[in-house]
Ligand binder design. Sequence first.
Ligand SMILES: *Cc1c(COP(=O)(O)O)cnc(C)c1O
Length: 407
Amino acid sequence: MDRFWQKCARCARTVRFSLNGRCACGGTLLVQYDLERIRAAVRKSALKDRPAAMWRYKELLPIARERSIVTLGEGWTPLLRMKPLERKLGIRYIGVKREEQNPTGSFKSRGFASTISLLKEHGIDYVAVPSNGNAASAMAAYAARAGMRAAAIVPRDCPGIIIEGCLRYGAATYVVDGLIHDASRIIEEGAAEQGWFHAGTLKEPGRVEGKKTMGLELAEQLDWKLPDVIIYPTGGGSGMIGMWKAFQELLELKWIGGKLPRMVSVQEAGCQPLADAMRTGAFVPPAAEEVTSKPTGLRVPNPPDGELVVHIIKQSQGTAIGVTTEQIDEAQKQMGRLGISSSPEGAATLAGLVQLREAGWIRPGESVVLFNTSHADKYVSWTPSAAVPVVRSYSELRQHQQQTGGS
Ligand SMILES: *Cc1c(COP(=O)(O)O)cnc(C)c1O
């Protein structure tokens, strides 16, 4: 029997493991493991002797051979208790999971450690990703570590420091005059000709599995007792999908018991399809001209499986909310004054917490964990110093390659 396989989250069809992340029905293929066997082989108390990295959960990651693992030291980030915030907001426990401490400055390191390891194991040598920024720089860094070629396509208004990160890691880097799905379309069009493997959100099974380790780690760091509420800044949704999957696996392993956290998605009000879907009951992505929020990891008008994210939020009895740019700025300052550098996405979780506490949705006796997904410094400069080609379509990208004789 294979150690892992995939199952569609929508139609429940089971398939042999492959690099494909989508079922024929359009649903997301999630990796399944023989949890009975893992339960018999691994005791949770034995984990503490393992390396302080996400690979301590290697049995729950879809990499068959240990030598395929590509690592830059990701995971096992601190969970920091925030007593001044607890006092200020009148909440029993508030923890911040410091994901900005990952090797590429965001939790995207986890996703790409897993994805690039998987692609390496399957013989892929050229990877491409559409991204609002952090996924591109993580892909570029891990591809460099693996000796793989990489191409990054990000929106024109992506923070300059992130674009320069992609260049530094040696990725072919383009900015698109459009949103993240325009970047994705270019990669789809060029994949065959360029030899790109499209590693966009939910295109392949590795990223969700890597992000899943945030949930596994949180459980272990809290001595296998999960908080009442998790607030997560959501864009493409694979973080929410991964964490919820972690909790299901932990329940089956009997490493945790009882109630799972209420999952809260926070988005910026200028692009909040999840909050809208929770309110109206239907998932309708906003049109590009309606999107007014900043180019952060939250600006994803049309996530590949928004229905699954909404389903998870509902199943957890959670909620999805939008916070304003001003509320994010204020929360970012507040985090800074407490010694934590937070990106707009990370700060959005605090803005969400304030809003939900004021509304009475979070009660004084509860415990809450915020995910600080990246740090502030990446967002300081919005203009790159190096010239990066601007493209609107794949044919413009090709034209640029021909003019410069490069690829
Ligand atoms: C990508 C990203 C997000 C959104 O995460 P998803 O798992 O794609 O929903 C949030 N914060 C930061 C800093 C990101 O880079």
